[in-house]
Design a binder for this molecule. Structure first.
Ligand SMILES: [Ca+2]
Ligand SMILES: [Ca+2]
Ligand SMILES: [Ca+2]
Length: 358
């Protein structure tokens, strides 16, 4: 039986960009940075959190939000029927059965979930991380030595820079699940290719350094639809990049971040695998999220958490893959990991759900 991989963590020091000065101008912060690093320690300590608070006062740009108002109609929809707004739109909840799945996930079903056994499969021994279904139970690489519900075979890419505050607890926790963690796309010339994405089971959008081209978004979407798992957090610089950059990848997935800062905590959760046992969650100057586009698509987008202003968490199925969109990044910060036990639980829920074995 394969044992957990050694922890490989990213250590990135872009203090010039996100340090006490808080200028956060993107210009120059990526200069000379490699496109990917797999390092052994995390993470810069800085104290730029004040930036977040300070910018709350900039929230008043509602009127500048006209492009978003069309989207916000969806928020209004879901607000009318908190638990069923999404299904009222499209019946997608009923189609997807995601909530039913959730029960399995909460119990560690990411690995235990039943698969589709191939009658022609010949068992070769216990399951190991080799992209094969060694034990012929229909699930590829469903190894979980620690029985934590998260497969030990995950290779995770964190896209973009580290966030504004230290996140070493989060990165250490990822490693403890038996995963490897690599930070990629630190320069504005980086792009998604099938070859790059073939190295990962999970992609987590952190503080992105660029707006991506449609071709990049298309590659990422194809990877998801083929079974990839995407987790999205908003970054934070205090500028439009915080939502424009992620939205450059989310649009083709019919998801988006709305551009008015919101704060929680979030206390309204819809029953779902990702919200099991979650009653409150930090949310410090993040963004509402929305599912957009035609309700006739074969995809499912389920609102799982909301503030009074609208949804802040969406769990979405895209082809064979899954996307979890959360409108804030404070769930990765040490301050929250240290003080809020539900934050690690939330991440366990999220990773279990997005990585369901197929
Ligand atoms: Ca198997
Ligand atoms: Ca295997
Ligand atoms: Ca595990």
């Amino acid at each position: 039986m394969r044992q957990a991989r050694p922890l490989l963590l990213a250590a990135l020091f872009f203090l010039g960009a996100c340090g006490s000065g808080g200028s956060d101008s993107d210009g120059g912060k990526d200069a000379g940075a490699p496109d990917a690093v797999t390092l052994t320690d995390a993470i810069p300590s800085d104290s730029g959190a004040e930036l977040r608070d300070g910018s709350e006062s900039a929230d008043s740009g509602e009127s500048a939000d006209s492009g978003e108002s069309a989207d916000s109609g969806e928020s209004a929809d879901s607000g009318e029927s908190a638990d069923s707004g999404e299904s009222a739109d499209s019946g997608e909840v009923a189609d997807s059965g995601e909530v039913a799945d959730g029960g399995e996930m909460a119990d560690g079903g990411a690995v235990a979930d039943s698969g589709f056994a191939d009658a022609s499969c010949t068992p070769t021994g216990p399951e190991v991380c080799d992209h094969q279904d060694n034990d012929c139970d229909g699930l590829v690489d469903n190894v979980d030595v620690g029985n934590d519900g998260i497969t030990d075979c995950l290779r995770i890419a964190l896209v973009g820079n580290a966030g504004l505050r230290p996140a070493s607890n989060f990165l250490a926790w990822l490693g403890q699940q038996g995963t490897s963690v690599t930070r990629i796309h630190l320069t504005s010339t980086a792009s998604f290719t099938p070859a790059l994405l073939s190295n990962y089971e999970v992609v987590i959008l952190d503080r992105l350094v660029k707006a991506y081209a449609p071709a990049d978004a298309a590659v990422l979407r194809a990877w998801i639809e083929a079974g990839g798992a995407l987790v999205v957090m908003s970054g934070y610089t205090g500028g439009a990049a915080d939502y424009d950059f992620p939205n450059s990848l989310l649009g083709t997935l019919n998801l988006r971040l709305l551009n008015v800062l919101r704060s929680g905590p979030v206390t309204s959760f819809i029953p779902h695998a990702t919200t099991t046992s979650i009653t409150t969650m930090t949310f410090q100057g993040g963004y509402n999220v929305a599912a957009i586009g035609s309700s006739t698509t074969s995809t499912a987008s389920i609102e799982v958490a909301r503030l009074p202003s609208g949804p802040v968490g969406i769990a979405a199925v895209r082809g064979e893959g899954r996307v979890f969109l959360w409108g804030d990044e404070w769930i990765e910060f040490d301050s929250e990991w240290s003080n809020l036990p539900l934050v690690p639980r939330f991440w366990a829920n999220i990773l279990s759900w997005v990585t369901r074995q197929r």
